[in-house]
Design a protein around this ligand. Structure first.
Ligand code: IMP
Ligand code: MG
Length: 178
């Protein structure tokens, strides 16, 4: 498995730094409020777990799973709900927790979905951001690291459901997927 990694892109130390930096930012922005963190499965599990442990104010958590149909590694913009929220969100202050934002299709769909369910506010938090790949213009409130257009795996991120268990983010060798 390690042999499939071209190079480490974000180390465990760098992930830890981003997690704590973002947790502090959110604490400051939501002082006196209660955040509902909504993690998008499955990619966000590692980031979500670390982020809520670093977060020192009152919060609740929930998860959603969505899939975007399209060939290979491209998302088409048609987003399907695979697993819906398990709590009502009207009046809630939501922070969506995502592993990586690529085209922006997934997040723009979910933001609109939450707004339609009368959430009080919806912000977006992502460990990784690929700004050069953006198709839909969305405002990302909390970003761990901007990265180049490379396919990455580890720390929740997968290729064909593999590599999610790596403790760091690595660039996948091209020979694995081309
Ligand atoms: P978007 O709707 O195009 O922004 O899709 C974002 C989703 O695509 C992420 O939640 C990931 O599941 C997946 N994705 C995008 N880039 C990568 C990558 O480099 N590695 C693994 N998954 C990725
Ligand atoms: Mg994902």
């Amino acid at each position: 498995m390690i042999n499939d990694v071209e190079r480490v892109l974000v180390t465990e130390e760098q992930i830890n730094e981003a997690v704590h930096r973002i947790a502090k930012e959110i604490e400051k922005d939501y002082e006196g409020k209660e955040v509902l963190f909504v993690g998008l499965l499955k990619g966000s599990i590692a980031f979500m777990a670390d982020l809520i442990k670093a977060y020192e104010n009152t919060c609740t958590i929930d998860f959603m799973a969505v899939s975007s149909y399209g060939a290979g590694t491209e998302s088409s913009g048609r987003v399907n709900i695979v697993k819906d929220l398990s709590v009502p969100i009207d009046g809630k202050d939501i922070v969506i927790v995502e592993d990586i934002i690529d085209s922006g299709n997934t997040l723009s769909f979910i933001k609109a979905y939450f707004a339609a369910k009368n959430a009080n506010s919806v912000k977006i938090c992502t460990l990784l951001n690929k700004p050069s790949r953006r198709v839909v213009d969305i405002n990302v409130d909390y970003i761990g690291y901007d990265i180049e257009d490379e396919f990455v795996i580890g720390y929740g991120l997968d290729y064909n459901e593999h590599y999610r268990n790596l403790p760091y983010v690595g660039v996948l060798k091209r020979s694995i997927y081309s």
